[in-house]
Design a protein. Structure first.
Length: 123
């Protein structure tokens, strides 16, 4: 860890058995930090990637966030970005049937003499 870097700490809690597993369909996405420039053939994929870069950079997002930004008819473009490994998809986190799983998150910025918590919201 070095000064000036950002880190996100995610804590998961559950009313179930206390562990989570991936299941169901994909519902979250994140641009790959190490993804270099990839030639995209679909103009819609290029447009969607521009939205992702501007709005989320390499932070996680879900389709609902794209909807709120006014994006429409983007599923094929999003799948294309996942197929070429520009964007990574993530499955639902589940526990035992009938239980709830919640995630709490803080993002911190490392300074020379301290850390600064730049988020206080839970998701």
């Amino acid at each position: 860890m070095e000064e000036g870097e950002f880190y996100t700490i995610e804590t998961f809690t559950s009313t179930g058995k206390g562990y989570v597993r991936e299941d169901l369909e994909c519902n979250h996405y994140m641009k790959n930090f190490d993804a270099g420039h990839i030639l995209l053939r679909l103009p819609r994929a290029k447009q969607l990637l521009a939205t992702i870069n501007k709005s989320f950079s390499t932070s996680a997002f879900c389709r609902r966030y794209l909807d709120h930004l006014g994006e429409t008819k983007y599923l094929m473009a999003l799948n294309n970005l996942c197929d070429v490994s520009t964007v990574q998809s993530y499955l639902h986190l589940c526990n035992i049937k009938g239980s709830y799983v919640s995630k709490f998150e803080h993002t911190i910025l490392l300074r020379l003499t301290c850390k600064k918590v730049i988020s206080r919201d839970s998701h």
